[in-house]
Design a protein around this ligand. Structure first.
Ligand code: FMN
Length: 133
């Protein structure tokens, strides 16, 4: 399995991950759950009205952390906006609960993909494993 697929599988199983951004010199972190592997890229979804979106527009550097099954994953990456409507459609198809709040053409829905990602799987019992994508 490719590294990006392994990261996708972990985040999908974990259901919730924590996304950290930077605002000036202040870290900001919040729970997220959207995740989609599409066209060889790993996407998350948010709303352009949110602070998280505004922070990423100014500084795309992000870190993601999730814990599942005794292992944790930390991803250091940039999050890059993608205006491709097809990705938004695919995201809303994969996560139908989003459709109550978002639609592809609402001017708010935003998808971003991980770029220059370094992802490390860790546990207390095994050596860490790092993948890049
Ligand atoms: C379990 C869980 C999953 C969430 N997933 C997302 C998500 O994928 N995208 C999103 O924009 N907000 C998601 N939220 C809501 C954000 O955490 C919330 O809007 C947060 O305030 C956004 O950060 P900000 O206030 O810094 O913009 C989720 C909340 C919870 C509790």
């Amino acid at each position: 399995m490719e590294g990006i697929e392994k990261v996708y599988g972990f985040l999908d199983r974990a259901q919730t991950y924590y996304l950290a951004t930077v605002e000036g010199d202040q870290p900001r972190v919040r729970p997220f759950g959207t995740i989609l592997l599409y066209g060889g890229r790993l996407y998350i979804q948010t709303g352009k009205v949110k602070q998280v979106s505004k922070q990423l527009a100014l500084n795309p550097e992000a870190e993601i952390c999730a814990f599942s099954g005794g292992e944790w994953l930390r991803i250091s990456c940039e999050l890059v906006n993608d205006d491709d409507r097809a990705v938004k459609v695919a995201m809303l198809e994969k996560m139908p609960e989003l459709r109550a709040m978002y639609s592809p053409d609402d001017g708010n829905t935003q998808v971003l993909y991980m770029k220059n990602a370094t992802a490390t799987f860790s546990s207390f019992t095994k050596a860490p494993e790092t993948v890049t994508f």
